[in-house]
Each structure stands twice: as C-alpha cells, then as structure tokens.
Write a protein of this length. Structure first.
Lengths: 296, 245
C-alpha cells in the first residue's frame, strides 16, 4: 500500500504536481458549484475554449513561457466573456448563444495559431497539459490564483448566493449584479488559465465541473456541496497522479477520468436524486412529513 | 412627514414609458395597496422605489436606509432549486447589516427562531426551499424581511398561490409591522385582501396614478376582481384625505 504513494515523497516533480493539483482542487470546484447553481455549467466549458487563442498567441510570441501564455489566456478569456455579454445585451439574444458562437471561433482560432507556429506535440501540450512538467514558476502562479480565488470567493460569497437566489434583493441593496457576475467570470477565467498548464485548456474545466456535479448527489446544503466538491477534486487529483505514475498514463486525463468516475458513481448511488434513491423511493409517513423530518 | 415620496416621477422599461407624472407620499406606519391591470406599471414602480430602475424624470425621495428596505418578490422570481434551508433563508435577512464577512451572532439565531415561530414555520427550519409549498415559501420569505427589521417593505402579489391560513398569518404580521411604524407597499389583485389589509390605495392606470381610500375603491369596484376591471374608471378623490397626492 505504501508503495502506491511513495512516488509522491520520492520525486520532486510528483510533489510539485500534487501541490498544483491540490491547489487547483481547492479553488476551482467552488466556482464549479456556483456555475452549476446558476445554470451555467457549460459556460465553464466555453470559457475553457475561449482562453485558447490567448494561450496560443503567448506561445507563438514567447514559446513555452508560462507567464506569457497565462497572460494571453486571461486576456483572451476576458475579451470573449465581455464580447459575449456585449453582443447579448445589444441584440437581446440569450448570452449562451453568443458565448457558444465565440467559443467555437476561439477554439478554431487557437488551434490554427498553434498549428501555424508549432508542431503537433506543442498543440497536444496546450490542449491537454502536462502536470508532471509543472515547474516552480507554474506552481507559484497556481498557488497565487488559488489563494486569490478563495479570498475573493469569501468576500463575495453572500452576494453570489443572493445573485443566484434572488437577484432583485441584491440590486435593492445597491449591489450591481453585473459587477458580481463580472468578477465571478474573471475568477473562472484565471482558474482555467492556471489549470491549462497542468490539465490543458480542454480539460481544465473538468476539475471545476465534475466534482461539483458529483457533489449535487450527496448534499442539499451549499457548504456541503462546496466541501464535497473540493474533497472529490483533491482525491481525483491525487489518485490521478498516482495512476498516471504507476500505469504510465497521461496525468491530465487520468485526473479528469477519476473525477468523471466519481460523478458516475454519485449519479448511481448518491444520497439525493440518484438512480438508486429513485428506485428505492417510497412515500414518507405522514407524521414525519408534518414534523419536517422527511428527506428525499 | 413621509419617508417615501414621489415627485413628478416618470419611469420607463427600455424605450417604453410606463409611468408618468407620479406624485405623492406613502404614509408611514400604513399599508398602501398598489393596484392596476396587468402591465399598468406596478412592478415597474416597485423597481423604481427599490432603486433598481432609475427615474426617466422626476424623483423618488426615500429616507429609509438601504439595509432597511426589504423586498418580497413573486415566488416565481426565486430560484427554488438553490440549496438553502428555511432557516438559512431567514438568516439572509441579516446580511444587509452584517455585510460581506461578519458572521452571525447567537442573538441572531435566537431572533431567527423567534421569527420562524411567529410565522409558524419552526418545524420547517431545516427543510430545503424546493420542498416547501407556496404558502410555506411565502412565510419563509416574510421571515427574511422580519429578520431584516425592514422599515420599508415592498411586496409583489404576496397572496398568489397561498393557502388561507398563510394569508391570515401574513396579514397579521404585516399589520403588526405597520403598527410599529414600517411603510408597507403591497401589490394586490384581490378586493377581499385589499379590504382586509390596505389603509390606502394607489391605483395605476394608463401610466398615471390615483390615490384613494380602500373604501372608495371598494365602493367603485364592488365585489369584482381588480384585474378584471382594467382600465379603472377614474376615482373620486374628494374624500381621500388619509392618502396623500
């Protein structure tokens, strides 16, 4: 058993990869929970594609320079989010249709840019990441993003909750929901950018959304959802790394597939609304309903 | 002196002017019913008073601090799938005064329990919002406004899809709040509710407002539903001394 986890102690690259994975697991899943609760689960996916042209431009201009690629990714993500919001407001169309259009354009533009300036190996690295090649610079960036995300989430937690539940209450208190939404989407973008180095632009969103959607089957409380999502993400990150080391598998897909397995198991056997619960469901006795002790 | 006054107010939704030239003041310690046909501008006026919709012209003067202005939305305006219990919803009423980071004090938990007891929802305190009936949800929402210790309370059709027991509880609580000095504005569609609740009536029709007493409105409309009377016939304001214009 110990042999399974000793690589994490023995090798520096594994320790760095683990810390990077845990840091991402601390910050990204709570964002995923809020995306899910706002009915914006696919927006994370769209934003993951939106950062690609910026990452590609950074790569073209400075090679595998993490600061350049990250900066490009952040700018590109924010520009696409702003354009989608702007087009939606000007045309009156739903924001998801504008976002879908821009992310497809972004994906094509990003792949085109990387193809023009690099090899298929470069493209694979950008699209799918390389968590085992995380250096100190990348680790610092990921840690900084994670810290900033947790702090900002704590500060805007109540506003985010109220924006989901009852936006007019928030506006009545003089808080502009657009500001909250903007900062929130900004956090999504910087987390996806921090994740692209380790998981790739296409899979960074996996660590954000899969733990959140899995947690929905286990808790009906917001704090429970976020806590569980973080735990699932951390287990998937650690397990995925070890799986990758022992079975010689790519690390990013291993991590995301483990998170995916957690989702599938939760959908089958979770405490709330899972397949098993639906099969076993019986009406609660009247006295428990009256006493408010029933649970579904 | 009223804490909420309208001065030649005009409000628009997009490019469409909805209300024009509204003036008057809402009496403190009283319940004002806001009535009118669908699309007459009731929700628009509430949005204006809450500061959500800026005036096209004129002014809304409100001396109630923002953290003491409460809003009870139509139930459909809430995301009922949000993972929150009744007690947590009631506690959110303290957020405007607690700010972003300050936690709850034990006295606030006691206050929330007292509020839930008053509204008859103590046994539901841990029940998720999505599992409540319409009446239970409305009681929980009113609990939030009580927790907020609202001095200005705006309610948008609070009795829609609500059982008669809940209506009685809501009316009693609103009356108590008004007696303690709160300014309450409630969108109503039902003459029976208006007769039981309102001290004053603001009728919106054709983009303009008319103040009246409940007695005048009831006399004019008899037992007919308020929404079926749109547009309202002009009201005689000669005896409207208790409601200001």
């Amino acid at each position: 058993m110990l042999d399974l986890i000793t690589p994490l102690a023995d090798y520096g690259f594994m320790r760095r990869a683990l810390i990077a994975g845990l840091a991402l697991s601390l910050a990204a899943p709570p964002l995923g929970v809020f995306l899910m609760l706002r009915g914006m689960s696919l927006i994370g996916d769209a934003m993951a594609h939106a950062i690609l042209p910026g990452v590609a431009l950074g790569f073209l201009m400075a090679g595998f320079s993490l600061p350049a690629m990250s900066l490009g990714g952040i700018l590109s993500g924010l520009v696409v989010a702003g354009l989608a919001g702007g087009v939606s407001q000007m045309t009156g169309h739903r924001e998801d249709s504008a976002m879908a259009s821009f992310y497809l354009i972004s994906l094509a533009a990003g792949v085109m840019l990387v193809s023009l300036g690099g090899s298929s190996v470069d493209l694979t690295h950008v699209l799918f990441g390389s968590i085992l090649a995380v250096d100190t610079t990348a680790l610092l960036l990921i840690a900084a993003v994670s810290t900033a995300t947790v702090l900002l989430l704590a500060i805007m937690f109540r506003a985010l909750v109220m924006e989901c539940l009852d936006p007019l209450f928030l506006r009545g208190q003089g808080v502009r929901p657009g500001l909250i939404q903007g900062v929130f989407l900004g956090l999504v973008v910087i987390n996806l950018t921090a994740g692209f180095q380790t998981l790739g632009t296409l899979m960074a969103v996996g660590l954000m959304m899969l733990p959140a959607t899995a947690a929905r089957f286990w808790s009906k409380r917001l704090e429970g959802l976020m806590g569980l999502a973080i735990v699932i993400a951390m287990l998937a990150s650690t397990g995925g790394l070890l799986l990758s080391y022992h079975l010689d598998l790519p690390s990013g897909p291993s991590i995301i597939l483990l998170a995916g397995i957690a989702y599938l198991l939760s959908a089958l056997f979770g405490r709330y609304n899972s397949l098993l619960v639906r099969l076993r469901r019986r009406a609660a006795p009247l006295d428990t309903v009256r006493n408010g002790t029933s649970s579904t | 002196m009223s804490r909420l006054r309208l001065d030649d107010l005009s409000l628009a939704q997009g490019a469409r002017t909805v209300l024009e030239g509204l003036s008057g003041s809402f009496p403190d310690g009283a319940i004002t019913a806001l009535v009118g046909a669908n699309g007459a501008g009731k929700s628009t006026l509430i949005q204006g008073i809450m500061g959500i919709l800026p005036p096209l012209a004129g002014r809304i003067e409100c001396d109630v601090p923002k953290e003491r202005r409460a809003w009870l939305p139509q139930q459909l305006a809430l995301d009922l799938s949000f993972p929150m219990s009744v007690e947590e919803l009631v506690m959110t009423g303290s957020w405007p005064t607690r700010g972003a980071l300050r936690g709850y004090r034990s006295s606030q938990y006691r206050q929330a329990r007292a509020v839930m007891q008053r509204l008859g929802i103590t046994h539901l305190s841990h029940r998720p919002l999505g599992e409540l009936s319409g009446g239970q949800r409305q009681r929980a929402l009113l609990g939030r406004t009580l927790m907020q210790e609202a001095e200005l309370l705006l309610l948008d059709e609070p009795f829609a899809n609500v059982d008669s027991d809940t209506v009685n509880v809501l009316i009693q609580v609103l009356r108590d709040m008004a007696d303690q000095g709160s300014t309450i504005i409630v969108v109503l569609h039902d003459l029976e509710h208006l007769s039981r609740l309102a001290d004053c009536v603001l009728t919106l029709t054709g983009g303009h407002a008319q103040w009246a007493t409940p007695h005048e409105v009831l006399e004019r409309h008899g037992a007919m539903d308020l929404t079926s009377q749109a547009p309202f016939a002009p009201l005689n304001l000669s005896d409207s001394s208790s409601c200001s214009t």
